[in-house]
Design a protein around this ligand. Sequence first.
Ligand code: FAD
Ligand code: SF4
Ligand code: SF4
Length: 477
Amino acid sequence: MTEKMLQFVDIEQTMPEKRAANIRRQDFQEIYAQFDVRNAETQASRCSQCGVPYCQIHCPLGNNIPDWLRLTAEGRLEEAYEISSATNNMPEICGRICPQDRLCEGNCVIEKDFSSVTIGSVEKYITDTAWDNGWIKPIKPVKESEQTVGIIGSGPAGLAAAEELRKEGFQVHVYDRYDRAGGLLVYGIPSFKLEKDVVGRRIEHLISSGVIFHMNFEVGRDASLQELRECHDALLIATGVYKSRDLKAPGVGLDNIEEALDYLTASNRQDFGDKVTGEDAKKFDASGKHVVVIGGGDTAMDCVRTAVRQGAKSVKCLYRRDRNNMPGSAREVKNAEEEGVEFVWLSGPEAFLGDKSIDAVRAYRMKLGAPDITGRQAPEPVPDSSFDLPCDLAIMALGFEPEDLPTLFDAPELRITRWGTVTVDHSTMMTNLPGVFAAGDIVRGASLVVWAIRDGRDAAVAIARYLSADINKEKAA
Ligand code: FAD
Ligand code: SF4
Ligand code: SF4
């Protein structure tokens, strides 16, 4: 092993500089600065180059982390980029928004006593440098194929599959109902976690590599699944999950109770410079309002931090479990608290109060009861514990479910699970319809970007195998 490594005993963990909370709450720019060369090299050199790297095992992409850390420590960044991009189609995006504390960094063996290697920040540094230096070039397939693949959905699953299939020379068409490509990378996740031009340059890269995007094209409205099947040799469904989970409580229909994704989409559109006008401009603007966000996942974290930036008078997050049992990333909770968000743990909504518009959320205290079959303690309401929180804007962030795809796509024959996700054979990623594959949240349920990329890559391999078998059959005939 190079003598540069194993420095974790002498060199402390340093994260890229984080902008002060009182400054960053005034804008939507990313909160972490970039490592400089010296920091990237010294932080990478803390890695002990494990023989069995737990970081890699716990990265859904199986990224070759020890190798790119060593190359970074040695100043061999272009080679580090080659290795990092061999397993990941958007390392700079994962470096920014993966919940590293639950994945690679949370499983780094030096985490316990000395703090983990800052894997995500080094990964982001490597690929941002690759972009700056022009190392990322349009794809030029060795051989062009006449076979075409249609991809429904331009989120990370669809984009990863598009890139991998283009490398193999297939003619790739991506269809999306939105006006911009990127899925939740552009209209869900706010800019203070992932700036829009970071996603934009990935899309430009795919366009210059020959991927054809058909925007404002909604499958189900502009074509049925069957019509699209007739246009392509294979199809990939990568439509994500968008139906908000409901909450049943008195007063839930009052004005100014909004769905999280509607709220975040409006804010993200404003970030792009789009005009949000009329009623939407008022109802999705938190400035001067008491805001209560209900839920404890990543989406809830994004809503509370967006409301802070819009100038809310107060922002509270109501969650029925405690800090240790919330699904959102611990790092994001800390960021939110620094920015002035108040977490009301162990509390659930009982009713929404008001005449026409909401005035207050009535909540009750919860306690954690006996563990259920998954081992998670179920929250139970504490009797006579009600209290009211003043509220002019309530945002529901209770998670997402799949839309009814067989109906939407006019394809009743498409098989789905009892949760509404699309059924695939996991060894081929193919649905019950020959030549129709599926990947990402629409198969897993609401998950993570890194898992969507993994699925997109797996689907691309399976589609390529399916199409080459097709060609071989034709040749044999
Ligand atoms: P999506 O990204 O949802 O993309 C699906 C695309 O399909 C969309 O562009 C949609 O317009 C299109 N589409 C849908 N139906 C049709 C149709 N009928 N016709 C044409 N196009 C259609 N994950 C993380 O790892 N880190 C985070 O910090 C994080 N934060 C998140 C914050 C929020 C607010 C949300 C909602 C999710 C967050 N996630 C995060 C989860 C992550 O964004 C998703 O797991 C990931 O984007 C799923 O990728 P996908 O490609 O399967 O679907
Ligand atoms: Fe960690 Fe995500 Fe990068 Fe994997 S892709 S190394 S989990 S930040
Ligand atoms: Fe390096 Fe930590 Fe991974 Fe070991 S687990 S290879 S120390 S980053």
